[in-house]
Design a protein around this ligand. Structure first.
Ligand code: F6R
Length: 242
C-alpha cells in the first residue's frame, strides 16, 4: 500500500488526475472504475482540463461506475448518471458505448447486477478503480457488515449514508434507501486502486482503513489485502496517520 499526503484538496485532485492520465497514456483502452460524490469532483475537472489543453485522449477508454441509486431516473439531477455526464463525460471525447453505469430503474434489479458483473468481465476487468470513502468506512455503497465476497448487488443504505448524502437533496426523505453497488469482491478484482480522501471528518475512517483490523464492519479495511492500492489524502484526512 502506498500513502501519498498532499497539502490540500486541489493538490490531491491533481495528483489523482495525473495518475489516471498516466494510466491512459500507458493503456489507451484502459478500463476505469469511477466514483461519484464530492471527493472526485476536482479530479474530474482536472482531467477535463488535461483533455482540452493537453489532448488527453479518452476515445478508447471504457468506464464502469461503482454505484447508482435505485429508483432515480437518469435525468434526475441526483442520479449518478446525471452527475457523471455533468461533471465529466460531457466534456471529454469518451464514446457513449464505452460508458457503463448500473441501471437503478431496471425492472429486475437482481438481473441488472448480474448483467453488470458480466459486462465488467467481458471488457477484461477494471484496470484502475477510483474510490472515495464514507465516514463509516464504506467503499462504493458497501456498508459495514456486508460480506467481503459480494459482487455487484442491491444494498440498503445506512442511516449515516442517507444523512450524509441528503446534502444533495431538498429533503432527507427524498434520498433513495437502496442502491446498486459493485461489491467488495468486484472492487478487489481491480488491478490497481486509488482511494481519495480529504477533510478531517474522514480522518478516523482513513486511519481504520489503513491500520485497523481487516473486518467487514469497516469495509475499506479490506484494501490492506490488495496488492496495488494507493491512498491519496490531504493533511486533514491524514490527521491520525503517523
Ligand atoms: C460514490 C461512492 C461512495 C463515496 C463516499 C464518499 O460513488 O461510491 O462510496 O465515494 O460516500 O462520498 P463523498 O466523496 O461525497 O464524501
Amino acid at each position: 500500500m502506498r500513502i501519498i499526503i498532499e497539502d490540500n484538496y486541489e493538490a490531491l485532485s491533481k495528483k489523482a488526475a495525473l495518475m489516471v492520465a498516466g494510466q491512459i497514456l500507458l493503456k489507451p483502452n484502459t478500463v476505469l472504475g469511477l466514483a461519484t460524490g464530492s471527493t472526485p469532483i476536482l479530479m474530474y475537472r482536472e482531467l477535463v482540463r488535461m483533455h482540452k489543453e493537453e489532448d488527453l485522449d479518452f476515445s478508447e477508454v471504457i468506464t464502469f461506475n461503482l454505484d447508482e441509486y435505485v429508483g432515480l431516473d437518469r435525468n434526475d439531477k441526483n442520479s449518478y448518471y446525471y452527475y457523471m455526464f455533468e461533471n465529466f463525460f460531457n466534456h471529454v471525447n469518451i464514446k457513449m458505448e464505452n460508458i457503463f453505469i448500473p441501471n437503478g430503474m431496471a425492472d429486475n434489479l437482481e438481473e441488472e447486477c448480474k448483467r453488470y458483473e458480466r459486462l465488467i468481465e467481458e471488457k477484461g476487468g477494471i484496470d484502475l478503480q477510483i474510490l472515495g470513502i464514507g465516514k463509516n468506512g464504506h467503499i462504493g455503497f458497501n456498508e459495514p457488515d456486508l460480506k467481503f465476497e459480494a459482487t455487484t448487488h442491491v444494498v440498503k443504505l445506512d442511516d449515516e449514508t442517507i444523512k450524509a448524502n441528503s446534502r444533495f437533496f431538498n429533503r432527507i426523505d427524498e434520498v433513495p434507501r437502496f442502491a446498486i453497488s459493485m461489491g467488495i469482491k468486484t472492487i478487489m478484482h481491480s488491478r490497481k486502486i486509488i482511494l481519495l480522501s480529504n477533510g478531517e471528518e474522514k480522518a478516523e475512517a482513513v486511519y481504520k482503513a489503513i491500520y485497523g483490523p481487516i473486518v467487514p464492519n469497516h469495509p475499506a479495511s479490506v484494501l490492506q489485502l490488495h496488492p496495488d492500492v494507493t491512498f491519496i489524502l490531504d493533511r486533514n484526512a491524514a490527521k491520525y496517520l503517523s
